[in-house]
Write a protein that binds this ligand. Structure first.
Ligand code: AMP
Ligand code: MG
Length: 502
């Protein structure tokens, strides 16, 4: 296998125009690198709609040259791919040097909307940051990331996107031998809290890194003076805080469990990143944990906002030298900023829950939301289906709701809900329609994903393509997709686990 900067590089003209602002401006955080050879590349999926947004020619990507590029075997003409370095807290423990152990940043493109994005390969072979790992990835988990990230995008949740998955023809050792694959990921950037944690070890890097992050993600703040009445870096921290508070609320509203919320998997852009052991809730359980390695439940569903806040405290620490003339003042300022996280999160969550039950966030009855959540937890009601069932109830069909929660338990809550809607003069049909616009029919249900990935790993992509079609049209009722809206059999959920870094 050839890898590393010294071996000859094959180039491909399938994508041109790569830029490299990160590698140029923050070169100490990158290492020039290239992908491993690929024995037998085969394109499994290509996101033509995303290719178009990026100004790329889908036909060129499907051709031999394009597939070579998407597999990591060839570098884009004129680009200088790098592996990036970062640190991180994994399950609360500090890891001084992580970095792209199996990823390669090809470079940056400016999309049709004028947004600069990173194009990164995942699974393209070992790098100087591989530590004990083999640097590779396999078909099932890469197709999983593609499907779940595109479903999240369709749900309107900020996320990295997936452009393609290429099978490499290399067998990769996991619990058994599995077919190797490379995912092409597109992200607003790959800056993470962990990038700042690494920069903080060389204090001269924190300010240029922050300025880079500001110009890329929060350009409105670039005009603030470093030490003006509104400190540029404090404003930057607050902006990240706000985006991450909104993001974690979005996850909660769709029942998404990220599964590995380490600081190296918390972005500065506010996008969801790293779809390793993530999963969606079926039966609602606030303590739900799916990851096989999360023994203590640190990243359980209901812990996610607290963990996010903890991760942002790690970001705050790295910025201390930039926000106050003295350490004590800096700590006081950042502690005050961090303390706004819970309120920000609660506001986003409550506003979203209000919309899910056909109200607006000014309806003034947070208890109505709390009591519904308590009821759903007590009866392990299906998180996604229950909100559609509530809309059906409003249209006069209570059967689906009664299937989720016995009627005698929902009656008192339903009386209060109807009372509130009446008081606000809300029309039931219009309210039900508004609810259906925000409550998805289809999410990537674990049993469906599992089934589709097993078939795909064995060479049949048809179930995967069908599921992909449904979860990227989450609000569109179609009779042939009805089964994608149904919960898993209880026997499946009782034993379902996800696997990290696979
Ligand atoms: P993750 O849990 O996917 O965020 O990965 C955590 C760290 O482990 C990152 O530095 C990854 O690059 C690295 N890593 C994960 N899988 C592999 C692998 N198969 N080979 C090398 N490094 C890996
Ligand atoms: Mg990661």
């Amino acid at each position: 296998m050839s890898a590393g900067p010294d071996s000859p590089t094959r180039t491909s003209p399938a994508i041109t125009g790569f830029e490299r602002t990160f590698a140029d401006e923050l070169s100490p955080l990158t290492v020039a690198w290239k992908g491993a050879d690929v024995p037998d590349p085969r394109l499994l999926v290509l996101n033509e709609e995303l290719a178009e947004t990026l100004g790329l020619d889908a036909a060129a990507l499907r051709a031999e040259d394009g597939i070579a590029l998407l597999s990591g075997a060839a570098a884009p003409a004129g680009a200088d791919p790098v592996a990036t370095a970062y640190s991180g807290h994994q399950f609360g423990n500090y890891a001084p040097l992580l970095g792209d152990g199996r990823a390669l940043l090809l470079g940056e493109l400016v999309d049709m909307n004028g947004h600069r994005v990173d194009v990164q390969l995942k699974g393209s072979g070992p790098t100087p940051f591989s530590r004990g790992g083999d640097g590779f990835a396999v078909v099932g988990p890469m197709l999983r990331e593609y499907l779940v990230s595109e479903a999240m995008h369709a749900l309107g949740i900020p996320t990295t996107r997936s452009l393609a998955v290429v099978a490499t023809g290399r067998d990769v050792r996991r619990e058994r031998l599995e077919p190797g694959a490379v995912l092409t990921r597109v992200a607003a950037s790959h800056l993470r809290v962990g990038t700042f944690e690494l920069a903080a070890r060389n204090t001269e890097l924190v300010q240029p890194l922050s300025d880079y992050a500001i110009s890329r993600h929060y350009p409105d703040l670039a005009g603030l003076a470093p030490n003006g009445s509104r400190n540029r870096y404090l404003a930057f921290f607050e902006a990240v805080l706000e985006r991450q508070a909104a993001l974690v609320a979005d996850w909660m509203l769709v029942g998404f469990v990220h599964g590995v919320m380490n600081t190296d998997n918390t972005t500065i852009s506010g996008e969801t990143i790293d779809y390793g052991p993530c999963a969606f809730l079926d039966a609602f359980d606030p303590a739900a944990v799916f990851s096989s390695i999360d023994h203590g439940g640190r990243y359980a569903f209901a812990n996610q906002s607290d963990v996010l806040k903890w991760n942002l405290a790690r970001l705050a620490e790295t910025l201390l030298p930039l926000v106050g003339p003295t350490a004590d003042e800096a700590i006081a300022v950042m502690t005050a900023a961090l303390s706004t996280f819970d309120t920000r999160y609660q506001q986003h969550f409550l506003a979203g829950m209000a919309r899910k039950i056909g109200l607006t966030d000014t309806f003034g009855e947070p208890e109505l939301v709390d009591d519904l959540v308590t009821l759903m937890a007590a009866h392990r009601a299906d998180w996604t289906g229950t909100f559609r069932a509530l809309a059906a109830e409003l249209r006069g069909d209570p059967t689906a709701l009664a299937d989720a929660i016995p009627r005698e338990h929902t009656d008192p809550w339903l009386r209060r809900w109807h009372g509130t809607l009446d008081r606000l003069g809300r029309d039931p049909a219009q309210t039900a329609a508004a609810m259906d616009r925000v409550n998805p029919l289809y999410i990537p249900r674990n049993h469906q994903v599992d089934f589709a990935l097993r078939a795909a790993t064995d060479g049949d992509l048809t179930p995967y393509e069908r599921l992909m079609d449904a979860v990227t049209h989450p609000y569109e009722p179609r009779s042939e997709w009805a089964h994608f809206g149904a919960p898993a059999p209880a026997s499946f959920n009782d034993s379902f686990q996800t696997f990290c870094g696979t």
